[in-house]
Design a protein around this ligand. Sequence first.
Ligand code: GDP
Length: 389
Amino acid sequence: MEYLIIVIVLVVLVLIAGGAMLVRSRRRPGRARGTEPPPAAPPPAAPPPAQPPRPGEGDGAGQPDLLIPTVTGPPAEVAEAPQPLAGRMTRLRGRLARSQTGFGSVLLGLLSRDGLDDQGWEEIEDTLVGADIGAAPAAQLVSELRTQVRVGGARGSGEVRALLRQDLIEQVGADLDRSLHVARHGDRPAVVLMVGVNGTGKTSTCGKLARALIGEGHTVLLGAADTFRAAATDQLETWGRRVGAPVVRSDREGADPASVAFDAVRQGIDDRADTVIVDTAGRLHTKTGLMDELGKIKRVIERQATVDEVLLVLDATTGQNGLRQARVFAEAVDITGIVLTKLDGTAKGGIVVAVQRELGVPVKLVGLGEGPDDLAPFEPATFVDAILG
Ligand code: GDP
């Protein structure tokens, strides 16, 4: 009888202990540990995360939490998914409407005249020069058109348009490699350095590009190396919040930009980001000052990663002045691509041809407005079609 009581007590104890363990193990999944991915976290490559990474958070791939003071990234305010990069230029071609009323239609009008004389051809050349295409490309284009029209005899307006279209596409460079190198290599993120004069749209371009890349499934980190203007850093931070990208910044105005760039890339490596986009200061103080500054930023980044793109941001509405800026920057640092902003605000799209010729590097992206998706990969044929209406 005593044995029976002892056995019953033991069974009851075992049942109680088992029940307690069951309850504990059920609770555990809700309290994510450092090594377990949080259940609600989106997959790393998913297009824009509903709940983008906050500063110092793990990357959803089992990283322990990290918190360093220079990273900021309040909860993202990503309202809607970014438009895919492909096809953006076609979607935004209406923004080139001002160009449509500009040199494209003037050229077509001139070319459609019966019996073009020397004066008529001069007018065509002047129109091209007036559209910022540059003197040499304008002369070349006119000479080609003249030959084509002479050889082919009098042509209808449709044929003339087709000739002009073809020649313009050639001038713009249909076969230039305009691909953006933004994919991580090995354990290093790709690094994009954004350079250009203040006011050209550099900071917005960083934000818009980050948003587009996040939409394509990349993880992006922004570096606020324009430390000379507190407003620029704040603006980049706002973009980071909007697009869901952490921002590495300095708390001190006037801090060494190279050191912020270094920290950003370091953080990008730790976070296993795909792309780090570094915004720089665009003061055209002296050429040597600029060279020193950009050279140092690049050298410091290259201690730990490769600088894959140096994108020069130019305001398309500034014409010759923009070209002068381009020259100075090209002497200071090796540019790999041009971002031509505010093309929506000019009737003179010829600057695309002029700047590519000047620097020998392609226009890779164009800005066609102030909205977060108003940045498009540049497509020569779409551009020329929009200009010709
Ligand atoms: P930053 O000083 O070079 O960094 O220039 P910001 O990014 O601050 O841009 C300067 C102004 O240009 C802002 O008002 C932008 O909204 C505007 N902007 C930038 N890109 C474009 C564009 O493609 N089109 C238009 N219309 N405005 C733009």
